[in-house]
Design a protein around this ligand. Sequence first.
Ligand code: SF4
Ligand code: SF4
Length: 153
Amino acid sequence: MFPVAIEVLKQMIKRPFTNPYPAKYKPKVTLTEVVELVQKGKIKLNPPVEVPEGFRGRIAYNIEECIGCQLCIKVCPSRAIEFVPEVKKVKIYISRCTFCSQCNDICPKKCLSMSKEFELADYEKYGKSLIIGATEDYVKKVEKEKKTADKKE
Ligand code: SF4
Ligand code: SF4
């Protein structure tokens, strides 16, 4: 009993193991306001670590170079890529991607790559920020351009 009491007393006077909160760096606005400022692009968060070479972040897609061969769809283990026949391009669901990079390796036009972007959180799994490529907006844009071109002929 006695040694336990000594240990308790020791812990009561001991400095905390973790660093105290760096109050002098505390933002002058609330945390919710900080998040809003980040979303508006007014302030930037420091990355927790330097992004290393070869890091596989959010997939990047050069849609104009894509020839619609669908090889990327065949190799994707997580069915993250879909063919959009109206425009003969692909649509990629980032939230399904496992960042394996196999689609990058197979693409004959090298129009897929792994970027260094790691901030992928969103409220919606299939929200606009997590779908890239031949999205509905892209298809609408292409169809509009086609109609305009047809009218001119
Ligand atoms: S990186 Fe892998 S999981 Fe992600 S889209 Fe490409 S093949 Fe699919
Ligand atoms: S492999 Fe490349 S060129 Fe072929 S559909 Fe996929 S992104 Fe387009």
